[in-house]
Design a protein around this ligand. Structure first.
Ligand code: ADP
Ligand code: MG
Ligand code: MG
Length: 199
């Protein structure tokens, strides 16, 4: 079973991973964006950790809805509302249970990913975070480790794609040949599940 403490560790591990990889995320966002993805998410997840420490929500659903709200209010770029919606909708789907099964979490995360697609209008293959998140939720029924691998492969597979959503889409064919920064940060978010489990 996964409790509020697990979800708090997930957010803390994501913040640490984003800190470690911030320069790389920003470097990926420079040829096909505006070179702020690393700093956007660093600010966002630092804020999430601070808010979780201060407010100490005590259910899985409350941890994720609070984290999502904080991302939306802290990150100005496209990724803030999108990641914020992902976590908020996932949290909402978990309701007010004190503990949830991995299967319930996988179902809730799928609702979250669907909400991101509804908000941003992106589908798989559009070279966005969706290209890492959809394979990750598909693999989540198997294990966290399988979801991590699926997200990493999904991120790498964005390289040959032409962007059809977000800032990178303004470049048309020139977006081809670069890995999408948001798909890369999504692989960090999903990878952090494995760390949260091991701790
Ligand atoms: P901004 O483009 O506003 O500077 P970020 O650099 O923080 O925002 O985030 C860029 C990432 O957001 C992209 O790499 C992409 O993965 C994701 N993204 C942008 N627009 C969309 C969208 N409509 N749907 C899904 N993801 C998107
Ligand atoms: Mg950017
Ligand atoms: Mg920006």
């Amino acid at each position: 079973m996964l409790d509020a403490e697990f979800f708090r560790r997930w957010m803390t591990a994501t913040a640490a991973s984003v800190d470690r990889e911030a320069e790389r995320l920003t470097a990926l966002d420079s040829p096909i964006g505006d070179a702020d993805h690393g700093s956007n998410l660093q600010r966002g997840f630092t804020g999430v950790v601070t808010t979780l420490e201060k407010e100490a929500p005590d259910t899985p659903g409350a941890v994720l809805t609070l984290a999502g709200r904080r991302l939306i209010s802290t990150v100005g770029g496209a990724s803030g509302p999108l990641y914020g919606t992902l976590l908020r909708r996932t949290g909402k789907a978990l309701g007010d249970a004190a503990e949830v099964t991995e299967e319930q979490f996988a179902d809730a995360l799928r609702e979250g990913v669907d909400a991101v697609m509804a908000l941003g209008g992106a589908a798989p293959g559009d070279k966005t975070m969706i290209d890492a998140l959809v394979p990750a939720v598909d693999a989540l029924a198997e294990s966290f480790a399988a979801a991590k691998t699926a997200a990493e492969e999904g991120a790498v597979a964005t390289t040959p794609l032409q962007a059809r959503k977000g800032r990178a889409s303004y470049l048309g064919e020139r977006s081809i040949g670069h890995q999408d920064p948001g798909a890369t940060s999504s692989s960090l978010l999903i990878g952090a599940l494995v760390e949260a489990r091991d701790e």
